[in-house]
Design a protein around this ligand. Sequence first.
Ligand SMILES: Nc1ncnc2c1ncn2[C@@H]1O[C@H](COP(=O)(O)OP(=O)(O)OP(=O)(O)O)[C@@H](O)[C@H]1O
Length: 269
Amino acid sequence: MSYILKVKNLCAGYENGFSLKDINFSMKKSEFLGLIGPNGSGKSTFLKTLIGTLKKYSGEIFIQDKKIESYSRKELSRLIAYVPQKIENVEITVIDYLKLGRLPYFDNFQFFESKKDLDVINYYISFFQIENLIDKYLFQLSGGEQQIVSIASALIQEPTLLLLDEPTAHLDINHQIQIMDILKILNQEKGVSIVIVLHDLNLAAEYCDNLVLLKNGHIAASGSPEDVLNYKTIEKVYDMVVVSMKNPISNKPFVLPVSKLLMDKYKNE
Ligand SMILES: Nc1ncnc2c1ncn2[C@@H]1O[C@H](COP(=O)(O)OP(=O)(O)OP(=O)(O)O)[C@@H](O)[C@H]1O
């Protein structure tokens, strides 16, 4: 079996605070994996540990069967691209931000993009139809436009493993589906492996091959969307009442939250 990512007994977190505890799972090459769980359950912490922003306390992370520590920074940045929840440096133009995606491919003493670099950048500018945005500063974009630019920049990096932290959070439903479809196409046609943090359980069910459900830094459940998104598991982890059904078009599970007020009304009747 060929794995892109394997995590063994991983513990990581913040001094005197939250910690991921004994995380174990593996992900096959070209898998589309969803990371779900309540607020504060450790999803972003896990991604930050993978990209090295956070040092792990213990355990092991393997990327393509090699320990993560055995890769150089440059090798890792060619392998893994990360789309954060928010872009931090917004005082940069879109085109300059996109060009940063090619830095992992620069040779020593290379100062300008090669023809290949420019071709890749232009390919994704036209792919995402963002020609009208490239001369704007990031702070001049809407939240949704920033998210699209951030995803384009990650793809310009041509990663083998793409990590995304809630990439659809600021998007309307049409753009949500557009972005998820693009990720699915990249996954299926180019074999890019994807780990995506999603709060929308129904998007996760539609697009992900497998899900890892976190609660308080532990894995509460993992497996196919059908295995994970049953009402018993979701009610226990999210501490609420839900209805779980099947989408009549895709046959995937979908989860409907039930209002606590409504439940109280039924109880009192
Ligand atoms: N820099 C930090 N220093 C200390 N604690 C932090 C830091 N960042 C996050 N935490 C804490 O770690 C826990 C997990 O946070 P994390 O951001 O990983 O959760 P999450 O599952 O991504 O949440 P959300 O769905 O709300 O984005 C939270 O309790 C949070 O307060």
